[in-house]
Design a protein around this ligand. Sequence first.
Ligand SMILES: NC(=O)c1ccc[n+]([C@@H]2O[C@H](COP(=O)([O-])OP(=O)(O)OC[C@H]3O[C@@H](n4cnc5c(N)ncnc54)[C@H](OP(=O)(O)O)[C@@H]3O)[C@@H](O)[C@H]2O)c1
Length: 266
Amino acid sequence: MPVYVIVGASRGIGYQFLKTLSSQDPSNVIIGTARTVETTQEKVAADGLKNVHIVHANMDDHASLTAAAKKTAEISGGVVDYLIVNGAYFALPCFFNAADDHVGKEDLFLDELRQIMHTNVAGTLFAFNAFVPLLLKSSIKRVSAISSAAASTDYIVGAEDPISIHYALSKAALNTLVAKFAARYKQDGVLFVSISPGWVDTHTNMPAEVMDKVSKPLYRWDKALKGPTPREQSVEMVLKVIDELKEEQNGEFLSQHGNHVWLNEK
Ligand SMILES: NC(=O)c1ccc[n+]([C@@H]2O[C@H](COP(=O)([O-])OP(=O)(O)OC[C@H]3O[C@@H](n4cnc5c(N)ncnc54)[C@H](OP(=O)(O)O)[C@@H]3O)[C@@H](O)[C@H]2O)c1
């Protein structure tokens, strides 16, 4: 009965990990962390998900992650086999700004940079530090952070995507953080990887003009792209990448295909 921890599991891709893992194998023990425990528990109950436990954690607060790891150990008997850090801040007030749009908005740039680096980068470091002691007791020992193709310099330049600077910077820093942990725990046999899930259907209720701004560079990059991938499919692909991870991929930044094909382009 493998034990999975998903950090940031209240909705979207994170919640889909709970659903998929629970339906894939009834012997999986799944612990999801959420800032809103009650609402998430209600969703889990309404969806009839088996073996799913929700514990509180906020990635901005390292003490809450330490407390979540303690609760997890009580549920799982002290062992975690797979850790997936999924939660993220998106810096929406700056999401559509290119670099020069911040002229005259430097304070906003800095405020949002502090927040996104806090949640997405420091929050991931806090989560890894909190849960790694439990992973060290596993024979599987796999840690993943959900990243984004937005951090790939090939994609940024090839897709001519000048916006979402904060988000891209935070995911690039996240990828480096993952490599640092891979280096730190190589001797202990823990595999760390950052994985982009592709373009996923979690933000499809945006107004058409907003969706247009988000999707234009994606269609420029992949001319045959049909639209976002259903979250069920993306999560299955990400889990397959984690399952099939090889030692030589330790510390890498991979796509949902397990390589550097960021959307579905050939
Ligand atoms: N959707 C895509 O196309 C896409 C593409 C590439 C990468 N990704 C990545 O996939 C992951 C999930 O994205 P999504 O599309 O599912 O987004 P989403 O639907 O907006 O969900 C974001 C999740 O992050 C959690 N979160 C935010 N701040 C948090 C914090 N301080 N502490 C703990 N949890 C926090 C949210 O919890 P609350 O409910 O408490 O806010 C929510 O569960 C992110 O890492 C994102 O960067 C998504």
